[in-house]
Design a protein around this ligand. Sequence first.
Ligand code: PLP
Length: 315
Amino acid sequence: MLHAFTNSPITSFNFENRTFYVKRDDLLDPRFSGNKARKLAYFLAGTHQEFNVVNTLISYGGNQSNLMYALSSLAKLNTWQFIYYTPKLSYIAKNSVTGNLEASLANGMKLIEVEDDFTLFSKNLLASFITNDIEGLNSKPLVQANQLLITQGGAQQEAEYGIKILAHEIEAWAIEKNIKELVIFVASGTGTTAYFLQKNLPPQFKVYTTNCVGSPEYLLKQFLDLQTDNSTTLLPHILENSKFRFATPYQELYQTISSINAASQIEFDLVYDPVGWHILLNNISKISAPILYLHCGGTLGNQTMLNRYRYKGLL
Ligand SMILES: *Cc1c(COP(=O)(O)O)cnc(C)c1O
């Protein structure tokens, strides 16, 4: 079966005397949390013989991950079993299963809580898939017996396949609009989307991003880890976030995203996009080129974030 989750529309809106274009990857497919369809396109295309033997998909990460939900959809489409390892759930998470976790379990995901050190656990899991592979992580998909491993956040080379298609869509649109220079903004988690987007765009199309997870140094390291050749691939420009912690409610972020939602009449996600928009707007005077904001989807998790806002008394 072939799935072509491509050609998302581009819309625009005005805010504080600027025009913002929005690449609506949130509209690609609700089962894939928007841009995760790009990251997983390689595994979706149904043309790769190497996956014929696979009957089980394995991954690991947070219990509200957008990628986790996209993987549960991928497994369902391919009729694979899906096993997902996550750190031990908090009392609250366990007693109010919502958002991505609820939807993933409904797709048949088998959730396994890891009691021990999760970083060590995931390192060992990864190692068990690459022991016989002298070229290491970057050489090929991690298939062992009937199992396919997709790494945390999907930060691996196969993501380029779908993100390259996204880059070509953006370039074709800009040419049609006669836009010579463009800034594409995307909020980063693993940085995989930003990295492969810049790699597949001409240099006058600059990818700007901010670190939603970890420090700017962490994000830079993520980019360098994805670089297979010692090439001079242009890296995305990081607008520094030194204040907002991942998936944490902040009054000022809520204000920013509410204004953006109202002006655009688009619903953005509440984990990445509030930080993305806030940092972008803080730096807006330094950017003269037209701006295209990449909406990566993820709105299925909004209920969970709203609960966190309420719990903190910020709503
Ligand atoms: C996954 C995701 C991102 C970040 O993608 P990375 O490639 O991990 O940097 C941004 N926004 C949303 C809504 C996402 O789900």
